[in-house]
Write a protein that binds this ligand. Structure first.
Ligand SMILES: Nc1nc2c(c(=O)[nH]1)N[C@@H](CN(C=O)c1ccc(C(=O)N[C@@H](CCC(=O)O)C(=O)O)cc1)CN2
Length: 290
């Protein structure tokens, strides 16, 4: 009979230097702890000699999975192989803050997908440097926090955001067309826990107005890129990208309109994969295990 601290399904993600015996150690650990594998995926990066694995598992007994006890028991295995690892109940609802400026499409898409169960987020708050999108947050019953940002208030604004993150145990900050550049300090504090949607197919057309840059260049495809946020603008590890065809008959405004679909798709997939523990960092790149 499962109890509040036991799970019907859990996921272990790990990365470590590639040596013989990792998979054997992991699968042996699961057997020893009355667990059976339901999904498993791995990648051996020959370039970095790093190994990546994601294994999802269920209990073989009615007792369920005691996630806390499994974490304690797995520590010695992790230390033996020098693993970076995470073991979590798959039903865990990630606590997130969604940041936005004035463009509503990505925020609306995330809140709608979450409302119909396509995403499994606990949206703690919507934070914006403008008041405009409060009605949208109200519609979905999500708290809205307006934190204006000017050159003089930026440090205080970022400190207020970090206080919210810490006080409310926020696990992920989603920049859903938040048009302010985060400071180096804030990026360090949120490293690996902040995802941005950039409205171009990076590395092309970084910075502001990427659709106008793309139109001026005469591209035949436009796209969007979801990436982890780093201090270097638009340089963070890429999680997901989406593209669509455009043509000579379209003006820049049409690019902007068509681009919304790609931004929503790329961001939703990136957030889903991150919150399902499918994304691991590999230097300045990511490994996404499906
Ligand atoms: N440290 C980082 N902060 C942010 C990133 C990032 O990659 N690293 N991504 C941006 C989003 N973005 C592009 O995707 C972006 C946003 C804003 C700007 C910009 O030039 N902003 C101007 C102000 C614009 C305004 O007030 O409307 C500025 O901050 O001076 C460029 C790219 C989110 N933050």
């Amino acid at each position: 009979m499962t109890t509040p601290s036991t799970a019907r399904s859990a996921v272990l993600t790990l990365s470590c230097p590639d040596v013989p015996g990792i998979v054997h150690a992991v699968t042996g650990f699961l057997v020893e702890h009355d667990a059976t594998i339901t999904q498993s995926s791995q990648f051996d990066d020959l370039e970095s000699c790093n190994f990546f694995m994601r294994v999802q598992f269920a209990p073989t007994t009615d007792a369920g999975l005691d996630v806390a006890a499994l974490c304690q028991a797995f520590e010695p295995v992790a230390q033996k192989f020098g693993m970076t690892w995470r073991l979590e109940d798959t039903s865990h609802r990630e606590r997130v803050i969604i940041m936005v400026s004035k463009f509503a499409h990505c925020l609306n898409d995330l809140l709608f997908r979450n409302s119909v169960g396509d995403l499994n987020l606990d949206v703690v708050a919507v934070v914006s440097n403008h008041p405009d999108l409060k009605p949208l947050a109200d519609h979905y019953g999500v708290p809205f926090k307006h934190i204006p940002v000017t050159k003089d208030t930026k440090d205080a604004a970022e400190a207020e955001l970090l206080d919210m993150v810490r006080e409310q145990n926020v696990e992920l900050v989603i920049l859903a067309r938040y048009m302010q550049i985060l400071s180096d300090n804030l990026c360090r504090q949120l490293a690996g826990h902040a995802i941005n949607i950039h409205h171009s197919m990076l590395p092309a057309f970084k910075g502001a107005k990427p659709y106008h840059q793309a139109h001026d260049r005469g591209v035949k495809f436009i796209g969007a890129t979801a990436h982890y946020v780093t201090a270097d603008l638009d340089e963070g590890p890429i999680i997901e990208q989406d593209i669509q065809r455009v043509d000579h008959s379209m003006d820049a405004d049409t690019f902007v309109a068509r681009g919304r679909e790609s931004e929503c798709r790329a961001l939703a997939r990136a957030v889903r994969w991150h919150t399902e523990n499918r994304v691991q960092l590999n230097g300045n790149r990511t490994v996404v295990l499906q």
